[in-house]
Design a protein around this ligand. Structure first.
Ligand SMILES: Cc1ncc(COP(=O)(O)O)c(C=O)c1O
Length: 339
């Protein structure tokens, strides 16, 4: 089905702003940084998932769905946004969340999940999550409901199609402003829909800039394989002849830190630099690591003076509050002046 024919349930405030970041640019060298603010998509504290959910919800409604089921880690931004948009569309919602802790603190995304009122099931592992999701969907169907299952991160070809559209939106902004960027940095995960959609969209437009996916989990080869496969499934779904090869997808896995969701000093430096130069709120799971990647490329001299670079801000700020305890020790006592 062609992009224009895909059912879409309008949710996001589009186009998202493309903002200059002059103080961040000056702190890093003599190149220009533009921030594409997909953290400002507008629903339930925003983020990249809103774009995907426009198409996923459109597809669900076209299939007559009565209940949306999805899954993710306990601090999933995707689950938070899915619960919110299901409420907005008047659909029931079931979330299956995994946490190593028996009683995870009801903070950040989990707190917001409770606010939006879905049925929440908590399990320990990713495998249990997938099993329970399938079982719950089957039970709902047997009861006469019409379940619509959204896999991790909303990264199906229908979800990724939203980022093909986002590539068109971004390139139109660049054309209007006569800006010629050389690279775009974003957080890249094994869910992969954002990177896959953008890679496909920019390939269709003649590769106007290089996309650098900064891995937030797994190694570069694993993410590249997933992104290429999903981009090509998305192309097939949209009836496009173009296909991506592994060489089309660049993933840098040097900024993951200790583990998925766990920041290191480079993540914290990126978060504080963005906050203290541009008032931007990044998160410790995705965008903090993506900006750490951009900073690393700048310091290695890989970004030439005079280049223009785009940073895609994909949202995720609620995770900050869930990690308040762990993050506190990174901030020196000197930051607070007792009086
Ligand atoms: C804030 C944020 N950035 C980036 C990503 C990665 O997007 P994708 O799932 O499309 O790979 C996610 C996914 O959960 C996210 O929540």
């Amino acid at each position: 089905m062609r992009l224009l024919d895909l059912p879409r349930y309008p949710l996001a405030q589009l186009p998202t702003p493309l903002e200059e970041a002059p103080r961040l640019s000056a702190a890093l060298g003599s190149f220009r940084i533009l921030v594409k603010r997909d953290d400002l998509t507008g629903v339930a504290l925003g983020g990249n998932k809103t774009r995907k959910l426009e198409y996923l919800l459109g597809d669900a409604l076209a299939h007559g769905a009565t209940v949306i089921l999805t899954e993710g880690p306990v601090q999933s931004n995707h689950c938070r946004q899915t619960a919110a948009v299901a409420a907005r569309a008047g659909l029931r919602c079931v979330l299956v969340l995994s946490s190593a802790e028996e009683r995870p603190s009801p903070q950040g995304n989990l707190l917001l999940d409770h606010l939006f009122g879905p049925e929440i099931h908590l399990v320990r592992t990713r495998e249990e999550r997938a099993r329970l999701l399938e079982q719950l969907a089957q039970e709902r169907a047997e009861r006469g409901e019409r379940p619509y299952v959204i896999p991790t991160g909303g990264s199906t070809p229908v979800g990724a199609a939203a980022y093909v559209r986002a590539a068109l939106e971004l390139v139109q902004q660049l054309v209007e402003r006569q800006v010629h960027p050389t690279r775009l940095f974003l957080a890249s995960s094994t869910s992969g829909g954002t990177h896959a959609g953008l890679a496909l969209g920019t390939k269709l437009l003649g590769d106007p800039f290089r996309i650098v996916g900064v891995a937030v989990e797994h190694d570069a080869a694993t993410i590249r394989e997933r992104v290429v496969a999903l981009a090509n499934e998305t192309a097939a779904t949209l009836g496009l002849a173009v296909r991506l090869a592994p060489a089309d997808v660049l993933v840098d896995d040097r900024w993951i830190g200790p583990d998925y969701g766990v920041p290191d000093a480079s993540t914290i430096e990126a978060m504080t630099l963005a906050a203290r130069t541009e008032g931007l709120v990044l998160d410790p799971v995705y965008t903090g690591k993506a900006l750490a990647g951009l900073i690393g490329h700048a310091r290695a001299g890989e970004i030439e003076p005079g280049e223009t670079v785009i940073f895609l801000h994909t949202g995720g700020a609620p995770a900050l509050f869930a990690q308040a305890g762990e993050l506190a020790h990174f901030f020196a006592a000197g930051d607070t002046v007792a009086s």
